[in-house]
Design a binder for this molecule. Structure first.
Ligand code: NAD
Ligand code: DAU
Length: 355
């Protein structure tokens, strides 16, 4: 079996569903259930005996050590993190605690467990750390995409905390020989994406008749990957990646934010036209920019493609259509996640941005 952390969040939940669709190997899913963790994401496997959910913190060494000793997983995959850049600007402490201190405690528990394994199991064990392209910082328009050897230049408390966790993972390989793998992926989108992030926020606000808040000039570029393509890359890296290596994962889909918002609006115009006959793009408003906003991310994914034979299955056109359709078909999920805490966050983040 495998032990996964953060499997009630956006990518983790998609990964659990994807894993069980491709394998009969049991998943132990350790998740703290912060505001971003949602067991509703896993409702379709609620009765599946191959999924064992445990609520808890990756920083709780007693808990992680006992889970490792009891279940003897062949791999640990670390998805758990505080993941939203804007929240890291408003309050970095949780990011330091989970992304750095939590990953450190998890690594310590895994190192101790790994040391108890017999030679063959020790050799085959893997610790896979799920990280982000944001650790590399921001690209100018004329610079090549991030390769695995690009310098780490994180600019937000979120990306700095992820960079620190990547360095710890690297050090546990070099110092202790722990067989680690790190993936650095670009922006994901798809089902179960919490509507604090750009694409789901735009869909949800558009349908509710609210403004579509674009930060600054909207010309910041992100490199978008449909979430199940990220999941297939992680499965491939886990199966065939070389211990100690990092793999950049991306979809070769660089797009300015404003283009993304117009694409979402166009799909909604087609699939759920506004009752008043107007276009959703009329709801677009520019608001004050994110402090320290990275201008451009782009992933050079040739290593994972050439070395491991991975390729994304979706284009941006197919993935974004699936995503919009998923949100239209899952309005109950959307209203369930828009709790009081969600509304407080929206008021805090956007209240002070209005120009
Ligand atoms: P998310 O915020 O949707 O989910 C994070 C999950 O981790 C939640 O279920 C939360 O409850 C859990 N969690 C938080 N703190 C925890 C702790 N201390 N102990 C146990 N569980 C805890 O995040 P996501 O977008 O699914 O991202 C998952 C991972 O992928 C993160 O490590 C993130 O840095 C990385 N990543 C995300 C993207 C993206 O576009 N979303 C891209 C590349 C990499
Ligand atoms: O690149 C990978 C990263 O992608 C992950 O590591 C992060 O966990 C994930 O949250 C994401 O970070 P971003 O900051 O790129 O994603 P976000 O959806 O918050 O914003 C995408 C872009 O859209 C960014 O340039 C900011 C802009 N934006 C965002 C929001 C929420 C807006 O213009 N308006 C908004 O309301």
């Amino acid at each position: 079996m495998i032990l996964l952390t953060g499997g009630a969040g956006f990518i983790g939940a998609n990964f659990v569903l994807d894993w069980l669709a491709h394998s009969d190997e049991t998943v132990i899913n350790l998740d703290k259930l912060t505001y971003a963790g949602n067991l509703e994401n896993l409702a379709s496997i609620a009765d599946d005996p191959r999924h064992i959910f445990v609520q808890g913190d990756i920083g709780d060494t007693l808990l992680t050590s006992s889970l490792l000793a009891r279940h003897q997983p062949r791999a640990v995959l670390n998805f758990a993190a505080e993941s939203h850049v804007d929240r890291s600007i408003h309050g970095p402490e949780d990011f330091i605690q989970t992304n750095i201190v939590g990953t450190f405690h998890l690594l310590e528990a895994v190192r101790a467990y790994w040391g108890t394994l017999a030679a063959e199991a020790r050799r085959d064990f893997r610790f896979l750390h799920v990280s982000t392209d944001e650790v590399y910082g921001s690209l100018r328009s004329d610079e090549p995409a991030f390769s695995e050897t690009h310098a780490y230049e994180p600019n937000s408390p979120y990306s700095a905390s992820k960079a620190a966790s990547d360095h710890l993972v690297r050090a546990y390989h070099h110092t202790y020989g722990l067989p680690v793998l790190t993936t650095n992926c670009s922006n994901n989108y798809g089902p179960y994406h919490f509507p604090e992030k750009l694409i789901p926020l735009m869909i949800v606000n558009a349908l509710a008749g609210r403004p579509l808040p674009v930060y600054g000039d909207g010309q910041q570029i992100r490199d978008w990957l449909y979430v199940t393509d990220h999941c297939s890359a992680i499965r491939r890296v886990l199966a065939a990646g070389r211990p100690g290596q990092t793999y950049n994962v991306g979809g070769w889909n660089e797009k300015p934010n404003l283009d993304i918002v117009h694409t979402v609006c166009g799909l909604l115009d087609e699939l759920r036209p506004r009752a008043d006959g107007k276009r959703y793009s009329e709801q677009i408003t520019t608001v004050a920019d994110r402090p320290g906003h990275d201008r451009r991310y782009a992933i050079d994914a040739r290593k994972v493609e050439v070395e491991l034979g991975w390729k994304p299955a979706e284009t941006f056109a197919t993935g974004i259509r699936k995503t919009v359709l998923w949100y239209l078909d899952n309005q109950q999920w959307v209203s369930n996640v828009q709790s009081g805490a969600y509304r407080d966050w929206v008021a805090r983040n956007y209240g002070e941005r209005v120009r």
